[in-house]
Design a protein around this ligand. Structure first.
Ligand code: BDR
Ligand code: CA
Length: 320
């Protein structure tokens, strides 16, 4: 079977790094490109980190830099306390060899989605500013993307930055609202499910064992993230936000969806809140409301078990 083409719009970030390496390792997916956004780090760092991850896995894909600030509101301070000073926990000062795509992310997205019309799933796992800019720049792009699978929002559950808002929506609520209002198919993987996917350190010990290069890196950076979650949830676990969005593409049967139109509150106390808006006239979003945690863990482990052999195969193919 042909691999599903995807583009990940990302703010790496520890769970972003997990999701990106998961996608690189999964032979059912073809990562066409990575576009980057502020959020967990500033956008310049996000771009460097994304390029570095692709080099670490010897995975050839475009990497383009996106917006440095939200559409309207002020830029929030990046989540250094969650992801580390440069996005990868205690790891700092990474070095990249390759070059970034010269196009801004929204232009890269427009041209790439049109070049593969109807074939690409766009998977944003950061604030949605690049996707809102894409809609402004190329409104007809809605007819060229296969669908969007977004990590963001908290529909029937509390937020994680405020009691109302999830981080990606909170970081650019105007962009999130614009993206949810557009006429394209969206699967929303929000805190309703990602906060229920709490993986213990044993999972990362196993990925480090089965794939020492890639899984070992994930294990190393995870410690910082697990330290953070220990303070929040009172036990040593990792909440699998961005990897869940990738699982919703590769293994959608893990999730139960409910169909409902949504909007996002853009100001006031509830800024960033994603709310059901039945009479808005908007297209219904497929909101993930339940996840099979056991199945998600099994899939995650089996995908990561292939990460190093997939890397070695790419190195060998390059040398031939
Ligand atoms: C989301 O916010 C970021 O910190 C994570 O990378 C994830 O995309 C979770 O709310
Ligand atoms: Ca993210």
């Amino acid at each position: 079977m042909k691999a599903q083409k995807i583009i990940i719009d990302t703010d790496p970030g520890i769970d972003d790094a997990m999701a990106i390496h998961q996608a690189f390792a999964d032979s059912r997916l073809e990562v066409v490109g990575l576009t980057t956004i502020f959020g967990n780090v500033y956008v310049e760092q996000a771009a460097r980190n994304a390029l570095w991850l692709s080099e670490q896995a010897a995975y050839k894909c475009g990497v383009a830099t996106g917006a440095s600030k939200p559409l309207i509101q002020e830029l929030n301070t990046p989540s250094f306390h969650v992801h580390g000073a440069e996005g990868f926990g205690r790891l700092e000062d990474i070095h990249i060899n390759g070059t970034l795509d010269p196009r801004p992310a929204h232009i890269y997205l427009s041209e790439t989605l049109r070049a593969h019309s109807g074939e690409i799933i766009l998977c944003p796992v950061g604030p949605l500013t690049n996707i809102a800019n894409l809609l402004d720049y190329d409104p007809d792009v809605v007819n060229h993307v296969k669908k969007l699978v977004i990590m963001g929002g908290a529909v029937h559950v509390p937020g994680n930055v405020t009691s109302f808002a999830e981080a990606n929506f909170w970081n650019d609520p105007h962009a999130a609202d614009k993206v949810l209002a557009a006429d394209w198919q969206i699967d929303l993987i929000g805190l309703d499910v990602t906060a229920t996917l709490q993986f213990p350190p044993a999972v990362f010990e196993q990925v480090a064992k089965t794939s020492p290069r890639i899984g070992g890196f994930i294990y190393d950076i995870c410690e910082f993230y697990i330290d953070f979650y220990e303070k929040i949830v009172g036990k040593r676990v990792c909440l699998m936000h961005d990897p869940a969005a990738l699982l919703a593409i590769s293994d959608p049967e893990i999730f139960t969806f409910e169909k409902t139109p949504l909007s996002v509150i853009v100001s006031g106390e509830e800024v960033g809140n994603s709310i059901v808006s039945e009479n808005s006239g908007r297209k219904a979003v497929n909101v993930a409301v339940k996840a099979d945690a056991q199945a998600a863990r099994q899939k995650f482990l089996s995908i990561y078990a292939e990460a190093d052999s997939a890397y070695l195969k790419r190195i060998n193919d390059e040398g031939e």
